[in-house]
Design a protein around this ligand. Sequence first.
Ligand code: SF4
Length: 298
Amino acid sequence: MNKDYKILGDRKNEYLAYEGNEIITWCGGCGNFGIQKALERALVLEGIKSQDVLFCYDIGCNGNGSDKIASDSGYTFHGLHGRVISAAAGAALANPQMTVIAEGGDGGTMSEGINHLTHSVRSNYPMMFILHNNENFGLTTGQASACTRSGNPMNGSPDGVLMNPINCCDFVLGLEPTFVARSFSADVNHMTDMFRAGLNHNGFAFVEVLQTCPTYNRATPQEWYMDRVQYLEKSEKTIEGARKKAKDMEDKINLGIFYQEKDSVNFLERLAGRNGIKTNPIDEVKRHDIKRFLGQFE
Ligand code: SF4
C-alpha cells in the first residue's frame, strides 16, 4: 500500500480529492513532489475539504503544482511572477471562510515579490505562504536568485555569485511576524507538521521549505542538507531568540517553528470598521448586472 494512504487510513478518498490528472513536469528527484504530498496530507489531517481551499501559485517550478492539485474539486490561481501573495491576500480578506494557501519560489518571492511578502507579514493577513527555496530560478534554467549562495556558479553568472544570499526566515523575523517556520523537502512528515501548524495559525503563517533542485542546484544537494539539518524541540519565546536559531545556513541548519504568536490577531480582526459585524465580506457582496461593462469588449 502507498505509504501516504497508510498514514491517512480510511481518509484515502479525501486525499485523492486533491490529486489532479495532469502529467507533472517536475524533474525526477525534485523536492516539489514531497512538498505537494505533505501539503495534501496536512489538509486531509486537518479535515479541510478541497472545495474550501484556494491554492495560489506563483510563476516558477513550484507553480506547476497548479496542474497537479485539486483538478476539478478545488480552486487554483496561477499568478504573475512574484505577485502571488498579494492576490492570495485579497482572496483571504474577501472570503475568510476559505483556507487560502499561497506558494512561491525564492526567485520570485525574494526579488520582485519581496515587497508583497514584507507588507503581508506586517499586515498579518489570514493565510499561509509556503516558500519553495531551491536557491535558484529553476524554471528559467538555473540562474542565481537572491538566495543562491555566494560563489556558486550559475547560468548567467558562471564565475560565481558575488552577493551574499538572503536568509529568508531571518529576513521575515525582522518584520515582527506572528508565525515563522522552516522545513526540508525530503522530510514529508516534518513538512506535514509545519503545514498543519501554519494552517491553524490566525494570521500570516510563513513556512520556508529548503527544497532540493537536483537539476540546477548542485551545490547543496539533498545529502548536503541531510548532513546538516536538525530539529527544534520548541519555538522561541522572543523574536531575538528565533533569529539566532534561524541564522546558521551552513553548518547546523535548524528546522521547526522558530516563532509563533499564539494570540495573534489577523488583519480583518484589527479593522475597527468591522467591529461588531457578524457577516463576512463575501456575504455582503451584492449581485450586480455587469452586462453593460462587458459590452465595452464586444
Ligand atoms: Fe524541480 Fe529544479 Fe527541475 Fe525545477 S528545475 S522541476 S525545481 S528539479
